[in-house]
Ligand binder design. Sequence first.
Ligand SMILES: Nc1nc2c(ncn2[C@@H]2O[C@H](COP(=O)(O)OP(=O)(O)OP(=O)(O)O)[C@@H](O)[C@H]2O)c(=O)[nH]1
Ligand SMILES: [Zn+2]
Length: 385
Amino acid sequence: MRQAERAIFDLRRGLPILVRDNGSTTLIQAVEGLDDKALAELQALGGSQPRLVLSSHRMAALGFGDTEQPAAVSLSPLPDSKGLHDLACMRDARLPDGARQAPAGKVDRAAIRLLSHALLVPAAVACDVAAAQAGRVEAEMANGNLLVVDADIALKLGAGGPGALNRISEARVPLAEAENSRFVLFREADGVHEHVAVVIGDPARWPEDVPVRLHSSCLTGDLFGSLRCDCGEQLRRGVAAINAQGGGVLLYLSQEGRGIGLANKLRAYGLQDEGLDTIDADQTIGFSKDERNFRVAHEMLEQLGVSRILLLTNNPGKVEALQRAGINVVARQAIYGEVTRQNQRYLATKAARHGHWLHELLDEQDEPSSQQPESLPAPEAAARN
Ligand SMILES: Nc1nc2c(ncn2[C@@H]2O[C@H](COP(=O)(O)OP(=O)(O)OP(=O)(O)O)[C@@H](O)[C@H]2O)c(=O)[nH]1
Ligand SMILES: [Zn+2]
């Protein structure tokens, strides 16, 4: 796994890596940041014609909605780096005539997993290493210039498991909305992501159903008060609501842009300014409507000894994810920000296409009535219904 985690950094630096499966080796490089020189070097090193690997979501955006897996696209002639970039993430791009697509093999799927994990546009050039080039590629590996990753291992990236999350450091951090707060920092084993549990109040005096909020990071909203979303207000109101109920935990999760990263979120904002909604914009650059995995939240709660909770959210996906992981979500409570001219469409899309419980807020813009806890059926009962 360490090689896969290291490979993420090379991919982010615009370097090729080698993915191996059953004796075959393939050079993989991100399309994001690729220039013509790097493309020519990749081809020369591998000694074969690269293919373009695109995620299933990008294929859907290109009009091939029936692929559930990533696809490997053979292009002849191979476009230059700008042409590849357009095919990877530009809105009006079309596959050229003569492009042949096939379901991605294991190596190609591993490439997409690595790139998504690296928070890059999930599109790769993949160049199988020709027999004549094997010696040179070996030498690059031996020199430490080329990292090699096993496809099976790369495909397990992000699957987590015990020990994946380490509790690193903590301190008292009095907050305006909750003076008695501690920040507890957790680091994922991959070294990329750090998450913070804001422990509010005295755990010994917490209510039996511990008030918990899972808050995915949003630099624009949380820090700068962007009007495009409701995150900043939800964050502060979440802390205040937990404090008012006798304390609990706010998990501040490193999942910017619903897990696509800030660079991609800003790309998606550009597409929204051209008329796409938040989900179609993410799909255009190759992502699903929500790339987050709340396993990390479950692990943090477990390490904090919290198993029975009142969840502050409007997102049914969070309730389901925690219940599936074995957390007893006894009740959930709405947590609203303000509706603004700029975030109205975003919130309406979340309600209509993500199924978020926001109708009350959007219907009665001035004073939504029930930000009170509402009980949830026990998971077994919910599953029976
Ligand atoms: N990709 C993408 N992410 C966005 C956009 N607007 C906000 N976000 C991100 O969406 C996430 C919002 O996360 P949360 O605060 O957990 O909200 P939620 O999933 O709506 O659930 P609740 O707030 O609990 O109801 C943050 O990571 C934001 O950065 C957008 O237009 N595109
Ligand atoms: Zn936001």
